[in-house]
Design a protein around this ligand. Structure first.
Ligand code: NIG
Ligand code: FE
Length: 396
């Protein structure tokens, strides 16, 4: 064995619950978990043995929905919103996503990396070992690819696994105003083919201020034809059955979902589509429509939780805060919340075989915590009890 963590309490997330092992150990070989279980049956020797002093170990946390790479911020627009202007009004007046687009287009790839690093570091400081990063503020082939390359570069600059998502269909840029279908042509015929090898998935914003279900369907079909899995921003501000549409394309996830109904939830259940809930956006938008949590439970749709880190609707870099918000605002249980940033977040990225639980064969991505009960991770507001972070078996 390369490394052995002993004298630990494990929340493995294996099975249906937290997978608690009170007197546990984890062994790592070649970056993967070779053993995770009771101390009594653990390997006894390794090149390095780390005594955890009774601390808790969870899988490294996974933030499965972010717009981490972008330039500028929208504090000014937010101030306008406090004075009564709506998010939609700002978007329709050429602000919103398009104002971040202008700032992002003006930045070089290296500048985008430098601007995103403090946000990334904040996530890593909370035990995150995998993040998803979307494009969507470039809105030309050149600038979308620049964003995806910047996202990939983050995974080289820091010890973190990065899953990239092409979100070319995030908004209609000015030069296509009134010609949304022509912009969708560009996304389908040029952006998606150009992003093969650089994007791990394709996403779109199916919404009144985004793309219609018909336009979204074209994007999802083009992605599938290019061999890329899909995800969707669906049912955030209105009910368009984007979640059903995503499910019909075998989507890994449908995200936001405040306005999803039983038809959507049934379609997601049948397709194995994960419900990614974004309590930061719900909070920051002062949304009052709750996502249909009881329907997700009733139909066994896996629930994931993410930051949605973005300058317009969720300017947060705290996944721990999202755990608390998921519990307080959405009434998720501790087990649901913690599975939402581990095993179910892995599934939302199509990485369920690689990460998300403490089980032999998975990447040895760990978070060690100074807590006496896993509930503390969900309970606290603005407090970070991370003791150590381990990625692919390396302490970092
Ligand atoms: O996930 N809904 C669309 N996309 C983002 C918001 C992007 C923005 O306002 O810059 C979201 O909420
Ligand atoms: Fe988003």
């Amino acid at each position: 064995m390369d490394r052995l963590w002993i004298n630990a309490r494990l929340a493995t997330m294996a099975g249906d619950g937290l997978g608690v092992i009170d007197d546990g150990a984890i062994a790592c070989r070649d970056g993967r978990i070779a053993y995770a279980g009771p101390s009594a049956a653990a390997p006894q020797t390794a090149d390095e043995i780390i005594d955890c002093g009774g601390r808790w170990i969870t899988p490294g946390l996974i933030d499965c929905h972010t717009h981490l790479v972008h330039a500028g911020n929208r504090a000014g627009e937010w101030a306008q919103r406090l004075e009564g202007v709506s998010y939609e009004e700002i978007a329709r007046a050429g602000g919103g996503i398009l104002s971040t687009m202008r700032a992002t287009r003006a930045a070089t790839e290296a500048e985008l990396v430098a601007i995103a690093l403090p946000r990334l570091d904040a996530l890593l400081a909370e035990g995150v070992t995998t993040i998803e990063v979307k494009s969507g503020y470039g809105l030309t082939v050149e600038h979308e690819l620049k964003m995806l390359r910047a996202a990939r570069a983050l995974g080289v600059t820091r010890d973190v696994r990065v899953a990239t998502t092409l979100l070319g269909a995030h908004a209609v840029p000015h030069d296509y105003a009134g010609r949304a279908d022509a912009y969708v042509d560009l996304v389908c015929n040029e952006m998606i083919p150009a992003a093969i090898g650089l994007a791990d998935a394709v996403d779109a914003f199916c919404e009144g201020i985004g793309f219609s279900p018909q336009q979204t369907a074209r994007v999802l079909a083009a992605a599938r034809a290019a061999g890329l899995p899909v995800k969707l921003h669906a049912e955030q501000l209105s009910a368009l059955h984007g979640a059903s549409l995503a499910a019909s394309h075998g989507a890994l996830s449908a995200d936001h979902l405040e306005h999803a109904d039983e038809q959507d939830v049934r379609a997601m259940a049948a397709a194995g589509t994960v419900a990614v809930l974004l309590p930061g956006a719900y909070y920051f938008m002062r949304e009052t429509q709750l996502p249909p949590i009881d329907l997700f439970r009733a139909h066994h749709v896996p629930i994931a939780i993410a930051t949605d880190c973005n300058p317009g609707t969720s300017p947060t870099t705290s996944l721990l805060l999202m755990l608390n918000m998921a519990a307080t605002l959405f009434r998720l249980t501790v087990t649901e919340a913690l599975r939402g940033v581990t095993v179910n977040a892995a599934a939302a990225l199509g990485l369920a075989d690689t990460i998300g639980t403490l089980e032999p064969g998975k990447a040895c991505d760990l978070a060690l915590w100074d807590i006496s009960d896993p509930a503390e991770l969900v309970y606290r507001i603005g407090f970070n009890p991370l003791y150590a972070r381990v990625k692919d078996g390396r302490c970092c």
